[in-house]
Design a protein around this ligand. Structure first.
Ligand code: SF4
Length: 367
């Protein structure tokens, strides 16, 4: 990696570019560790444009760590609803409670204490501590790893073997010690705006003169694509029970089951949130769903109303590709199920629901 005057020039070029071209993002307007932490958790697996309105709504409801720690979990999940990967929200709240209990409500300033919080890994700790407290910790995420790999023309799977550790060392060697927070953001911004996975814009790049991949004509081929886990196809059926007032029935968040992960774990597929009665089906979806509803909701008693088929819904959760067959059943009266909620189908916003449940509700409303 670079040393001496070349390293100084590299840092100067990148920081100058960042100060001129960085995007105006809401979390960049504050050094409050709570706000930075929230943005970092939201931005894991979520694009910036998607995260912004959630971030703003979340802060309005929970302006500080105390408000988040004390909130009902259901309210936290409701405001996260639609962002996916709900363990992030659950961990965020657990960590907030830990911060209140152990750190007087202030995000801890040491890496070891930050790493002890649920949902905070090496990357997140480095990002928060460098941006909020100016600590000299270098971040390494997918964006930064791609930039570093291209700068040094490193081939192969970046997450494999000791390569990731070597990238971490490179990130630390490059870190600008006087402005670690800006530096980390500048590296991430370069990866997000110019040194993108496809078609990197090397002509606009502030550090192109230092880039080995560009010199070798390899910018487009580094990093090597990761092998994806094979996709599993699943077929599910869900029932939208509807009374004459337009109310429907949602079942409570399923608890995780012990034992090895199952590919058709409906609880995980509905993100452990409120959901329509849903099962995996194999041959005759309507028949299997009806039998299940009669068994689980009516203890073996028959429903006389027909199941009306609604347009199918496609949904992907990590490696699962789901075809969901929603059915509507119009009933004079909804069955009374302990723990279930009866809500207007047109407004399920009072409880946390997954994107899949939202898609099913939309299919039922549009038909
Ligand atoms: S020159 Fe191109 S490949 Fe190299 S760091 Fe800049 S944008 Fe990325």
């Amino acid at each position: 990696m670079l040393t001496g005057p070349a390293l100084a020039r590299f840092r100067k070029n990148l920081l100058a570019w960042f100060s001129q071209f960085q995007r105006d993002l809401p979390w960049r307007r504050s050094k409050d560790p709570y706000r930075i932490w929230l943005s970092e958790i939201m931005l894991q697996q979520t694009r910036v444009a998607t995260a912004i309105p959630y971030y703003e709504r979340f802060l309005e409801a929970f302006p500080d760590v105390h408000a988040l720690a004390e909130a009902p979990q259901e309210e936290v999940l409701r405001l996260w609803s639609g962002l996916g990967y709900y363990s992030r929200a659950r961990n965020l709240q657990k960590a907030a409670q830990q911060i209140v209990a152990l750190h007087n409500g202030v995000f801890p300033a040491t890496e070891a204490e930050a790493l002890a919080l649920p949902g905070v890994g090496k990357y997140t700790a480095a990002a928060i501590l460098s941006m909020a407290y100016g600590q000299k910790l270098a971040v390494l995420d997918g964006n930064v790893a791609r930039v570093l790999a291209r700068l040094q023309a490193i081939r192969g799977d970046l997450r494999a073997g000791i390569r990731w550790q070597e990238l971490q060392k490179s990130a630390e060697a490059l870190l600008a010690p006087r402005a670690p927070g800006d530096w980390n953001q500048a590296m991430m911004e370069l990866g997000a705006i110019l040194c993108t996975p496809k078609l990197p814009q090397c002509l606009l790049c502030p550090v192109s003169e230092f880039c080995a991949a560009r010199k070798l004509g390899l910018a487009d081929t580094i990093p090597e694509k990761r092998k994806k886990r094979a996709t599993v196809e699943l077929q599910l059926a869900a029932a939208v029970l509807l009374d004459p007032q337009g109310h429907t029935l949602l079942l409570p968040p399923p608890k995780p089951k012990a034992g090895p992960a199952r590919k058709a774990d409906v609880g995980a597929i509905v993100s452990r949130m409120w959901h329509f009665p849903t099962i995996e089906v194999h041959r005759d979806a309507a028949l299997e769903l009806r039998a299940n509803l009669e068994e689980s909701l009516r203890r073996g008693h028959k429903f006389s109303a027909p199941l009306e088929r609604l347009p199918k819904v496609r949904h992907t959760v990590t490696y699962r590709s789901i075809t969901l067959l929603p059915f509507r059943m119009k009933l004079k009266k909804l069955p009374q199920i302990s723990g279930a909620k009866v809500l207007p189908l047109s407004d399920l916003s009072s409880v946390p629901i997954s994107n899949l449940t939202r898609k099913i509700a939309r299919a039922a409303l549009d038909s």
